[in-house]
Ligand binder design. Structure first.
Ligand SMILES: [Zn+2]
Ligand SMILES: [Zn+2]
Length: 287
């Protein structure tokens, strides 16, 4: 029987975006994450018609549906930037990335909400993030923006479900907003998944505060940092403080069927093996 879980990893686009579906297929993925431009530069060239055509063609060829491809915004973007020039640059950059998603037929882009850089109150920064999203959603169509929960390291916001809910409540067209849950970040921010009771209670909180229907993707990472440490350090599946039991619970949860589950674990050489291990955690339905 074919697994209903859609597993993959955050795939390299070295050599062009059209390499991503090939790289994903090579590790046995049925979903993947990717940047849509060089993530460490503000400005990069336009996508060529050829790379767009080949990307779309290869996704179809290898059976990657747009529901299982999640773009990731570049690390420079801060939609809650306390200074106007940094804010304008960030909004412009994400707008460009969402438009790239439209060109590539990608329907989901995952973002880190934003950081106050210790120059702004949390509430004001959350309002600013929502205003940035309204600006970008107003100038684009069809692509859904997923807010990723953070570990709360430094001044990064989005480490409490309440903060994500607050941003969403201030977005005018919230039908185009979803959430991507990163297991390492959640654990580092004090949300536990290590046994059935804590697993159930974390999802219950998620449902009460954000709403289960918002969940569009997951980042599967074990944690090198301790529970509630607010430190963002990913570990290989089963080799961190979160542990293999948490991933077994995730892989056997029917509520996560069909959602892209993307590894961002440290060693890309091990992704194929990690994906295989995760499928093996599924009771009886491994294919
Ligand atoms: Zn991320
Ligand atoms: Zn992540």
């Amino acid at each position: 029987m074919k697994s209903k879980k859609k597993l993959g990893a955050h795939i390299s686009i070295a050599g062009g975006v059209q390499q991503a579906p090939l790289n994903a297929a090579a590790i046995g993925a049925s979903a993947f994450g990717m940047f849509v431009k060089n993530q460490r530069q503000w400005k990069t060239g336009l996508l060529s018609d050829e790379s767009i055509r080949v990307f779309i063609e290869r996704c179809a060829q290898y059976g990657f549906s747009s529901a299982h491809i999640v773009a990731h915004d570049s690390y420079l973007i801060n939609l809650g930037h306390p200074e106007s020039s940094g804010l304008a640059k960030s909004r412009h950059a994400l707008l460009d990335e969402v438009k790239r998603c439209q060109q590539l037929g990608i329907q989901l882009i995952n973002i880190h909400p934003g950081s106050h850089l210790r120059l702004m109150q949390i509430d004001r920064c959350l309002r600013r993030i929502a205003a940035s999203l309204n600006h970008i959603l107003g100038k684009t169509h069809s692509v859904k923006i997923l807010l990723e929960n953070t570990a709360g390291q430094g001044s990064n916001l989005g480490y409490e479900f309440e903060q994500l809910a607050e941003i969403i409540s201030q977005v005018e067209d919230s039908s185009r907003i979803g959430v991507c849950l990163d297991t390492c970040h959640a654990f580092a921010a004090g949300y536990d998944f290590r046994d059935q009771a804590s697993y159930d209670s974390t999802w219950k909180q998620f449902d009460r505060i954000i709403g289960r229907g918002r969940l569009c993707a997951l980042h599967l990472n074990d944690a090198k940092s301790a529970f509630n440490s607010r430190v963002d350090r990913h570990a290989a599946i089963g080799q961190g403080f979160l542990g293999i039991k948490a991933f077994s619970l995730l892989m056997n949860d029917p509520l996560l069927d069909g959602l892209p589950m993307i590894l961002e674990t440290p060693n890309s050489q091990h992704w194929r093996e990690e994906i295989r291990l995760l499928y093996e955690l599924q009771r009886g339905s491994y294919d």
